[in-house]
Design a protein around this ligand. Structure first.
Ligand SMILES: [Zn+2]
Length: 85
């Protein structure tokens, strides 16, 4: 998965049309970091259709946007991305 390098706002907007696009991007970034369950510290997980990850042992689910800046924004990943510009 390529890291998005575009600085142009239009290019950015074209790349991230929906919150799902943002989550997919973030999930792609997170997938390069080995999963570690924050509850039981197990490292095996399943990726769900909404890009969240579920621990194989305790079933704890980590959101695709957990541990990211977007997690702090309540109004959606896409708007949060715009605030980062
Ligand atoms: Zn776990």
């Amino acid at each position: 998965m390529d890291i998005f390098k575009g600085q142009n706002l239009l290019e950015f907007s074209d790349h991230f049309k929906t919150d799902t696009d943002c989550k997919e991007y973030l999930a792609g970034l997170k997938s390069e970091i080995p999963f570690k369950c924050s509850r039981c510290h197990h490292t095996a997980c399943q990726t769900r259709t909404d890009f969240s990850k579920q621990c194989n042992i305790c079933r704890h689910t980590e959101s695709a946007t957990a541990d990211t800046l977007c997690h702090k924004f309540k109004f959606g990943a896409r708007k949060a991305f715009f605030h980062l510009l």
